[in-house]
Design a protein around this ligand. Sequence first.
Ligand code: SF4
Length: 180
Amino acid sequence: MKDQEITQLAMDIGFTHTAPLDPKTLTLKPEVRQMCETNSCGQFAKRWSCPPGCGSLEQCRERIAQFNRGILVQTVGTLEDELDGEGMMDTERLHKEHFLKMNELLRNRQADVLALGAGCCTLCKTCTYPEAECRFPEKRISSMEAYGLVVLEVCKANNLPYYYGKCTISYTSCFLYNEF
Ligand code: SF4
């Protein structure tokens, strides 16, 4: 698929904003991994999608190096006020729906896609980590942070806003692929 078709697909699915992503702009940072280790999200060493199960930064770098194109996708929501937790959760749920749908559609059309989301992999109710192999190694989804990426910096480097003003919330993910 061509970049333009992939952008159109993302907009048709319902993402509010997209931007072409140059994989060469992706800088994987050990300090992001160190933040994962503090386990503030509760998923560290709990899933194959998250550190350390998702591989070393070097392995993540090698995976990213397999792709020459990418797209950033965002869902931006409006909140009633800055404490509108329901609005935040609704936007997050919507983003996840869009993201999983796009992942499925791209996988049906592209030979290989790397999807990096806004949270850990939830493909299975219970992750097999660490007792058994991942059930769907080709399909599992890591977060951008698990790959050592600072989302704000990735957006900046690819000319996509990260903040849309007071009483808005944005969720950002990306897909890497090779154009054919
Ligand atoms: S696909 Fe299943 S087993 Fe693999 S990381 Fe995701 S939840 Fe865990």
